[in-house]
Each structure stands twice: as C-alpha cells, then as structure tokens.
Design a binder for this molecule. Structure first.
Ligand code: Q9C
Ligand code: ZN
Length: 346
C-alpha cells in the first residue's frame, strides 16, 4: 500500500490539555506518527512518499472546501493573534457558548474567538499548527490523486481531524482531513463517497460537514456519546437531513465492547455503504478502540485490527485510509501495521 506523509506533520506539538481537572501532557503528540513510521520501516513496508508540490499549493483551498471561510481565517492567524495579545505558549480557550447565547456574533479578541470556535479545552493551537495542517491537507490531496492507480492509499497524518466541524475545532484536531478527502474525491469525479469512521470516538465533525448531503454517506462505530466525548452528537437516531436523509449511520456501542459486537457493527456499516452505492471509501482510521488505550474504553486487540482491515478490503472499493486517533503509543505501530496488513492480505 502507498503511504503519504510529511516531516512537517511532526511540527504541531501542544504542551498540555485539560484531563480530569489537571493540565497534563497532550496525548496527541508527534511520537504517535513516528511510532507508525518506525513500524512501517521495520516491516519493510514500501517507503512513504511526500505530498506533491502542487498539492501543497492547493492545500488551503481544499481546507476551505469543507470549512467556513471565517473559521479557516481564524485558524490561520490564531497563534499570531495570541502572540499579539502578549501571550506566549499555546493558545487555549477560556470559555464556551451556552444555550440561548449569541452563536451568531463572533467576538473581537483572540480570547473571545478561541472560545467561539473551540468545543473543548484539550486542543491547543501552537505556532506551528497551521503549517502542520497545510502539510496534512497536501498529503490528503496527493492520496486522492494516487488512489485510482494505487487502489488503496494510507494518509499518515496528524493531528486527527474528525472532530472538526464546518466552523469549529476540538478533540485534538482543527481541519477535518477525512472530509477534505471525501470532498476532493467528489471533485475528481466520483459521484458517491462513503466515509467509514472506526475511531473510538464519534466523528461529530465529519457528520456535521456532510449531514445534509446525499452524495457522501457517513458511518461511525463509536463509544456511546452518553458516556464519552464528543457527548453531544453520535446518537443512533441521527440519520441525516434533507438530501442527506438516510446517508448518516451512527452505531454507538457501550464501554468494554470487544471484537464480537464491534465486528457486528462493522458488518452493518459495510452492508449500508454497499447499498448506498459508494464508488470510493474513506476510512477514518483511529486506533483508540484498542484495549490498552489510555483515554478509551473498548477492548479491541492488535489481531482485531487485522480482522478489521480484512473486512474493509472485502468491500472491494478504492480505499483511502486517513490516520485519526489512538494514544497507546507503544502499540500504535503494531496496531496500524496489523490493519494495513489485514487489508492487503499480507
Ligand atoms: N483529556 C480523537 O481520538 N477528550 N480525539 C479527551 C482527556 C477528547 C479524542 C479527554 C478526546 C478526543 C481524534
Ligand atoms: Zn478517538
């Protein structure tokens, strides 16, 4: 399988996130990507390639194709604005919008704007965040470009993007790279795309971006939002709206779910993406359903990720894997390799 990655993806490195009431080191860190790179090299997997220069040039427009323009403007200048306000270190929000408040009036200060666009206090914006996002979007565009010929491509990028909605960020990410991929695939001619999200958390951002569209089917297998971030989206009764009615499938599962029930949800999701008539598949490939993930509560094993990859291969669709979550760094390389090998039948 062809892997696309870039050294700039190691740049974004937040110092800390709020966890159980304390600031702790970010779970989402560059070592995650390095661990996967090392595992691929050790297994003599074909060497990853960097994005094309033309993809670099098109990266910002691709991000704007799925996000609000003012939101991208904000991300681009947020850390400079933070510095201009006299702060150093990472930019974090200090407030949030409550019910019946003005979600229609973006404030004027950087503190106000961070609180306006963030959905959690666990997603620091650093001086390097924007460059990292440009590299990620460039990898996605190159992956899309190669997909037809290669049959399957792995976009090894970070930070994960599936919690980023049309005009908000959080859950460790800023730009929804799976959505950028699906949109780019639409623009090069595929008329129906499926996004399959196997990350432990619901991809609220991907759902948000495509909720009223009938051309992109979104299916997610995740921890029940009643007990897990993102808490306010991911219920089974969210089935899409307008032209998108029926093109959203949420399969929430209880804590401690292991492969026997997880795989039934996967079979259900696969049946639906088949009947939808997808011409290409984007997989939000998270590994936090792993039994030893430090912030999650499912029980998948390394071998189960291999079974997952094999089941996805059975769909016989051009498949673009986008790296998402997974925080058991010592096992992340083995888990990723298992999924890719399972898919490739190695
Ligand atoms: N401080 C992804 O897996 N809550 N995002 C963390 C611990 C947010 C995870 C709580 C978890 C977001 C892509
Ligand atoms: Zn996750």
């Amino acid at each position: 399988m062809l892997t696309i990655t870039d050294p700039d993806l190691l740049l974004h490195h937040g110092a800390g996130e709020l966890n159980a009431g304390k600031i702790t080191p970010c779970f989402e860190q560059p070592a995650r990507l390095k661990a996967v790179l090392d595992a691929l090299a050790e297994a003599r997997w074909p060497a990853p390639i960097p994005p094309d220069p033309s993809a670099r040039a098109a990266a910002e427009a691709a991000m704007r194709s799925v996000h609000a323009g003012e939101f991208i403007d904000f991300l681009k200048s947020a850390h400079a604005d933070w510095r201009a306000a006299g702060r150093d270190g990472d930019a974090l929000p200090l407030s949030a919008i409550g019910r019946r408040m003005h979600a229609d009036r973006p404030p004027e200060t950087i503190d106000g704007m961070l609180s306006y666009y963030a959905i959690d206090p666990g997603t620091p914006i650093t001086a390097d965040t924007w460059r990292t996002l440009e590299a990620g979007a460039a990898c996605i565009l190159t992956a899309v470009d190669r997909l037809q010929q290669a049959g399957s491509v792995f976009a090894l990028i970070r930070p994960p993007g599936h919690h980023a909605g049309r005009d908000y960020y959080g859950g460790y990410g800023f730009v929804n790279m799976a959505a950028v991929a699906a949109q780019a695939l639409r623009e090069i001619g595929a008329s129906r795309i499926a996004v399959l999200d196997v990350d432990y958390h619901h991809g609220n951002g991907t759902q948000d971006i495509f909720y009223d569209r009938g051309d992109v089917f979104y299916a997610s297998i995740h921890a029940d939002p009643r007990r897990q971030f993102p808490f306010f989206l991911g219920y089974a009764d969210e089935t899409g709206a307008g032209a998108g009615e029926g093109a959203n499938l949420n399969l929430p599962l209880p804590w401690n779910t292991a492969w026997s029930s997880w795989s039934e949800a996967l079979a259900a999701a696969c049946a639906r993406l088949k009947s939808f008539g997808a011409e290409a598949l984007v997989v939000s490939l998270g590994f936090d359903a792993f039994e030893r993930d430090p912030i999650s509560h499912f029980k998948l094993t390394t071998e189960d990720f291999g079974r997952m990859g094999a089941a996805i291969a059975k769909q016989q669709l051009p498949t673009l894997f986008v790296f998402e979550g997974g925080y058991a760094i010592d096992a992340l390389g083995a888990n990723t390799l298992a999924a890719l090998e399972g898919f490739s039948g190695r």
